[in-house]
Design a protein around this ligand. Structure first.
Ligand code: DC
Length: 204
C-alpha cells in the first residue's frame, strides 16, 4: 500500500503522513528532507542555489547524514531547498531514491509536493493537504519559536507566500493536487482531527 501525501509548507502533511505510517505500520519518507539536505549542503558550501549544475552534483552525491542535521529545519534551509528544487536535474537525481523507498514490500507513506503526480502516480491513496496561509504561517512561526529561532510572524508569512509561489509555479513537478487526490483542509482541525479525517478518507 502506497500513500502519497502532498501539499504546501506547514499544511500539516508531515504530521499526518507520519501518523498514517505509524497507524498502518509502514515506513515513512519526508521527501522535503531530501531537498532540504541538498539546500543545506549548498548553503554550507556557500554555493549559489541558482547554480543548477552544482546543485545537481550535490543531489547526485547526497550525504544522507544531513537528514539528521538539526539545521535541516531552519528557515534558511527551507528557502534554499525551494530554490534548488526548481532545477530539473536536481529533481531527476532524487527520483530513484524516492521510488525505491515507495517500492518496499509492505508499501510506504511519502509526503512532499509531487508524490501523487510524479513520483508515485499509481499510489493507492492520495491526499492533498491544505490550510489557509495565515494558519500555516502561525503554525510555522510557533514551531520556529519552539526551536529557539528568532521568528517574526510577518516574515514567516512572507517567506511562505514566496515559497508557495515558487513551488507551485515551477515548470517541473510543481506543487499540484493530483486529479485522483482527495483534498484535506486542516485550517480548522487540530492534529487529532486532521489524522482522523485522513484515516476516514482512506477507509472510504
Ligand atoms: O516540505 P518541506 O517544506 O520540507 O520542503 C522544502 C522544499 O523542498 C519545498 O519548499 C519545495 C521542495 N520540495 C519539492 O520540491 N518536492 C518535494 N517532493 C518535497 C519538497
Amino acid at each position: 500500500m502506497i500513500i502519497a501525501v502532498d501539499g504546501p509548507a506547514a499544511s500539516g502533511k508531515g504530521t499526518i503522513a507520519r501518523r498514517l505510517a505509524a497507524h498502518f505500520d509502514l515506513p515513512y519518507l519526508d521527501t522535503g528532507g531530501l531537498y532540504r539536505a541538498v539546500g543545506l549542503a549548498m548553503l554550507r558550501a556557500e554555493s549559489d542555489p541558482n547554480d543548477a549544475a552544482r546543485a545537481a552534483e550535490v543531489a547526485e552525491t547526497l550525504d544522507l547524514r544531513l537528514l539528521d542535521d538539526p539545521a535541516l529545519r531552519d528557515a534558511a534551509t527551507a528557502e534554499a531547498a525551494s530554490r534548488i528544487a526548481v532545477h530539473p536535474p536536481v529533481r531527476a537525481a532524487l527520483v530513484d531514491v524516492q521510488r525505491r523507498f515507495a517500492g518496499q514490500a509492505p508499501g510506504a507513506v511519502l509526503d512532499g509536493r509531487d508524490i501523487g503526480t510524479v513520483i508515485c502516480p499509481d499510489a493507492d491513496h492520495k491526499l492533498f493537504v491544505t490550510a489557509d496561509i495565515e494558519t500555516r504561517a502561525a503554525r510555522r512561526h510557533k514551531e520556529l519559536i519552539a526551536r529557539g529561532e528568532a521568528s517574526i510572524y510577518a516574515r514567516v508569512l512572507e517567506d511562505l507566500r514566496r515559497r508557495d509561489h515558487r513551488d507551485s509555479s515551477r515548470a517541473t513537478a510543481p506543487t499540484r493536487q493530483a486529479d485522483d487526490a482527495v483534498e484535506l483542509d486542516t485550517t480548522d482541525l487540530d492534529i487529532e482531527g486532521a489524522v482522523a479525517a485522513a484515516l476516514a478518507t482512506i477507509a472510504r
